[in-house]
Design a binder for this molecule. Structure first.
Ligand code: AMP
Ligand code: MG
Length: 340
């Protein structure tokens, strides 16, 4: 299959989005920008098209997809929208928040992997919402990377992973947030964050009065335990090399010592620290979680193809959006954290 690549920043924007919407309606796959990461979209009501997402990504068949909607009417078609849903949607939609509700029968089991719930999000990226509106159907979309690889935050990243596997890539520039959406379920008694992202647990608590963090967010679960968000069980988001997170006051010296022992080891550090290490990739400003979220996946992708043995990562703060950054690094490391 030939993958067509289109830049949305020029004059032809409307025509390109119309064309992409036709591809979606006719069962094809389109990668498109959102404010979180690039998504790989198909018509959420077309079983065959949705199956081809799993195929193109190499995604395990027990990891459900998010349905992307352009308005609340589309969301109401998909699931049972309760009071907590409406409170969250009125505060944070459109935006980087995915809300899980009980599904309506119209939603195919292929999308939800047999669960009786559905994940719904209204993205704030204008191109994304225009595409969904033009397609006239909810767009089922996971991140547009090969399964297990770091999520794509530029159209070039998508091309690297998906060239020849999908119909179209829409280039809308770099993603604003840089990590995937926060996933929260409002099906149970207490709203629970299953995956941290651009909307913080504190923001959810502010809207609903309470919030819980699923333990899979900060821990690797034992083999026999199933997380509430199936995607959280996989070693995920990883570059080709081993990843080790280093935290504590001695982190810089520890990483320096490891790099002195191993000439293929590399530091993933904060901006301005590059000169401290013989080999380093910076991923954002120290203490600035928004900046680190923006840079974390691009830095891991930069590590690919460089023959790096181990990437020693300076640990981000774990509050606010920092939880999301730590969570992605933690998954990439397979739970490997050194405290020095
Ligand atoms: P991705 O599409 O790569 O951003 O991943 C979507 C995330 O949402 C994964 O972690 C899924 O396991 C999770 N997810 C999607 N649908 C559901 C659902 N119905 N219940 C729980 N988690 C879900
Ligand atoms: Mg993903």
């Amino acid at each position: 299959m030939k993958t067509e690549f289109f830049d949305l920043s020029g004059d032809g924007r409307n025509g390109i989005i119309e064309k992409a919407a036709r591809v979606i309606r006719s069962g094809g796959l389109v990668a498109f920008p959102t404010e979180t990461v690039y998504g790989l979209g198909a018509n959420g009501f077309d079983e065959k098209a949705v199956l081809s997402i799993f195929e193109a990504k190499g995604r395990p068949h027990d990891n459900p997809l998010i349905m992307h909607v352009a308005d609340l009417d589309m969301a109401a078609e998909l699931g049972y929208l309760n009071e907590a849903f409406y409170k969250l949607a009125s505060e944070y939609w459109p935006g980087p928040l995915t809300i899980i509700v009980k599904k309506h029968p119209i939603v195919n089991d292929i999308v939800t992997c047999g669960l009786d719930t559905v994940a719904i999000r209204m993205p704030s990226n204008d191109y994304a919402r225009e595409l969904i509106k033009a397609a006239g159907v909810p767009i089922a979309a996971p991140s547009a990377n090969r399964s297990g690889k770091p999520s794509p935050v530029t159209a070039r990243h998508v091309l690297t992973d998906m060239d020849g596997r999908i119909d179209m890539i829409l280039d809308g520039g770099a993603c604003e947030v840089g990590v995937e959406s926060t996933v929260v379920t409002v099906c149970g008694e207490t709203p629970t964050v299953l995956r941290p992202g651009g909307i913080t647990p504190a923001q959810i608590e502010a809207a609903l009065g309470s919030v819980r963090l699923d333990k899979a967010v900060t821990q690797m679960l034992p083999e026999n335990e199933k997380p509430l968000a199936p995607g959280m069980k996989y070693k995920h988001y990883a570059p080709d090399c081993r990843v080790v997170i280093v935290e504590g006051k001695g982190a810089v010296n520890y990483i320096k010592a490891r790099l002195a022992e191993d000439e293929n080891a590399c530091a993933m550090c904060f901006n301005g620290e590059e000169a401290v290490f013989p080999r380093a990739i910076a991923y954002g400003e120290e203490g600035n979680s928004v900046s680190l979220a923006h840079g974390v996946f691009a830095a891991m992708r930069e590590a690919d193809g460089r023959g790096i043995s181990t990437l020693y990562v300076r640990c981000p703060r774990k509050d606010g959006v920092g939880i999301a950054v730590f969570n992605r690094l933690f998954r990439a490391s397979g739970g490997s954290v050194v405290n020095v």
